[in-house]
Write a protein that binds this ligand. Structure first.
Ligand code: DGL
Length: 282
């Protein structure tokens, strides 16, 4: 349970949370669109992957992270993780925020992606590749059914993809096997799919291999730009929240694992030299 406590009230950075490195793909797009804000990135690398964990565990880990980021001065936290968005977002919004501070906000990555897919698919057959947890939650099916009831959704769990990224094997020849077999399996299950949502923020890091094995003509939907545009729109409509974000153009990286390893990997992902600090969420 998030404890009610004395949270900093002064304006602060936007918090961006993921189980590990995946949220960097979202942060990169958000910063590209809104470089003026300060950002605080938190990767729970010590406990990644989340995608094979139960609802209760993902909820508990995610609210620890949200509580931590609020304690660091964030008024707005983006769950840059589909698994956390699928399993913890609604519970945090409904159960924890009113108790903790009803003025703060936690937003996820699934809704902006679902909004976008309606304009992309022509065949109205869409694939979702994601962690076992996200697929089991059926959140994509439910959300797409609400906005685009004519779309048929086929979900494909890819249990090996996040471990390949977290263990720095995403570029290795061995990764080809796991990428190809999941894509082939998805398209065998529904050959009419014309658009595939990468429903895990880690997956763009496997993009070279995903492109290699995805047949031509199938649109690969990356979430980053949709999440960034949706956030920009949210902040335009909610000036009271925009005023609670500091505008220094900085980004700080926190990890629950070794800071040096995170710094090296994040440098590759972000394309700029950076360092990280190690923190504990418990
Ligand atoms: N990046 C996360 C997501 O978007 C999940 C990774 C994990 O399994 O920890 O689902």
């Amino acid at each position: 349970m998030i404890q009610k406590g004395a949270l900093p009230t002064a304006p602060g950075p936007i918090g961006v949370f993921d189980s590990g490195y995946g949220g960097l793909t979202i942060l990169r797009q958000i910063r590209r669109l809104m470089p003026q804000y300060d950002y605080l990135y938190l990767g729970d690398n010590a406990r990644a992957p989340y995608g094979t964990r139960s609802f209760d565990v993902v909820y508990e880990f995610t609210r620890q992270a949200v509580r931590f980021l609020f304690g660091q001065g964030c008024h707005l936290v983006i769950l840059a993780c589909n698994t956390a968005s699928a399993k913890a977002l609604r519970s945090i919004q409904q159960n924890d925020l009113p108790e903790l501070d009803p003025q703060r906000r936690v937003l996820g990555v699934i809704r902006p992606t679902v909004e976008a897919v309606g304009d992309i698919s022509k065949s109205r057959h869409v694939g979702v590749m994601a962690t076992p947890g996200t697929i089991r939650s059926t959140t994509y099916e439910l959300e797409i059914a609400k906005l685009h009831p004519d779309i048929r959704v086929t979900g494909e769990a890819c249990p090996m993809w996040v471990p390949l990224v977290e263990n720095d094997e995403y570029d290795s020849p061995g990764a080809d096997y796991f990428v190809r077999e999941r894509i082939d399996n998805l398209l065998r299950r529904d050959p009419d799919i014309d658009s595939v949502i990468l429903g895990c923020t880690h997956y763009p890091l496997l993009m070279g291999k995903i492109r290699r094995y995805m047949p031509q003509g199938i649109c690969i939907i990356e979430q980053g730009s949709y999440v960034a545009e949706s956030l920009q729109d949210y902040l335009t409509r909610h000036g009271e929240m925009a005023r609670r974000i500091t505008c220094g153009g900085s980004v700080r990286f926190l990890t629950t694992e070794r800071a040096e390893t995170f710094g090296q990997n994040a440098t590759t992902f972000m394309g700029e030299p950076l360092s990280a600090e190690r923190v504990s969420l418990r």
